[in-house]
Design a protein around this ligand. Structure first.
Ligand SMILES: NC(=O)c1ccc[n+]([C@@H]2O[C@H](COP(=O)([O-])OP(=O)(O)OC[C@H]3O[C@@H](n4cnc5c(N)ncnc54)[C@H](OP(=O)(O)O)[C@@H]3O)[C@@H](O)[C@H]2O)c1
Length: 289
């Protein structure tokens, strides 16, 4: 059996974050960048597993369309939308979003929004990156996640039940040439999630789990039209499985949390084709209290 398929044998850890509320209302999850790609697939998984979902995006009509599709698939679930452009947001946007969801029992925050969309090309020499592109790529990949998490941490802690902050990292955090600015953002996220996890552990009684999922190459809209990935309409399906219960100990790295399955990745060419053919498996840094 190919090693990545083993991930499907692990049970999901998500039920841990789905406590029964007295009023019968399921817990809510917030997914940033929920209108496409991995974020949208995460919304499908979360709603199938019993969560109500807040979808974040920048395009109100696309958000409404995705929300309506999810509502049709899961009529028993509830969905909300919040809007902000993560590449040009202000503190007022963060305050507005936290205000709009202050009334829901939020137990899962997924910092998914990101990518290289603000760059003129997915792959380029760093010297060709403009100052505005560097600002934008840090805003959408790092600053939005940090500011939103900072604002929502009190709400997560207030649940007095296990809650999860999951952040989508990238293998680029090791420092990948030709995507240097993007690599820097994912390196920053990597350090931040480890620091945040250590803080939560140091608090002792905190029930906030911090999880970074380091995603492997996954064919989403981010690569459509890119000459390095010359295929047509390939849809990526993401299935994320959360941590299976807390364990004492230091942060650890495992391979079991995230399985990313590209349905037609067999047509992808290139030297890394073996990694992309049929599946792509992300490493995750899972920090447990
Ligand atoms: N795909 C990969 O191979 C890969 C590998 C490693 C890590 N990752 C990470 O995984 C995450 C998701 O990637 P993906 O490939 O699923 O991306 P994607 O297909 O491009 O989807 C990105 C999502 O974020 C939204 N978004 C993009 N820029 C935004 C902005 N400025 N403001 C608000 N929303 C914005 C998009 O909205 P629209 O629908 O409006 O475009 C879409 O919903 C990213 O953090 C990325 O860095 C991906």
């Amino acid at each position: 059996m190919p090693l990545p398929l083993i991930h499907y044998l692990y049970p999901s850890g998500l039920p841990k974050y789905l406590p029964q509320h007295e009023d019968g209302e399921p817990s809510w999850a917030l997914v940033t960048g929920a209108t496409d790609g991995i974020g949208r697939a995460l919304c499908v998984e979360l709603s199938a597993r019993g969560f109500n979902v807040v979808l974040h995006g920048r395009n109100p009509s696309k958000l409404a369309r995705v929300r309506d599709e999810l509502q049709a698939q899961h009529p028993q679930r509830r969905f909300r939308t919040v809007t902000a452009d993560a590449a040009s947001f202000s503190q007022a946007d963060i305050d507005r979003i936290t205000g709009e969801i202050a009334d829901v029992p939020l137990t899962v925050l997924i910092n998914n929004v990101g990518g290289t969309g603000v760059l003129s090309s997915n792959f380029m020499h760093f010297k060709d990156t403009t100052p505005a592109e560097i600002d934008g790529v840090f805003k959408v990949n790092v600053l939005f996640a940090l500011q939103l998490t900072r604002a929502l941490l009190p709400q997560l802690q207030h649940q007095q039940a296990p809650t999860l902050v999951m952040t989508c990292g990238s293998q680029a955090h090791v420092g990948q040439p030709y995507i240097a600015a993007y690599s820097a953002t994912k390196g920053a996220l990597h350090a931040w999630t480890r620091a945040l996890a250590a803080e939560q552990r140091a608090l002792g009684g905190s029930q906030v789990d911090i999880l970074e999922v380091v995603i492997g190459a996954t064919y989403t809209q981010a690569f459509e039209g890119d000459s390095n990935f010359p295929t047509g309409s390939i849809h990526a399906h993401a299935r994320c499985r959360g941590p299976r219960g807390a364990r004492q100990g230091r942060p650890r790295t495992s391979l079991r949390v995230c399985v990313l399955l590209a349905s037609r990745a067999d047509v992808l060419p290139g030297p890394a084709a073996d990694q992309r053919r049929g599946w792509s498996c992300g490493e995750d840094t899972e920090t447990e209290r």
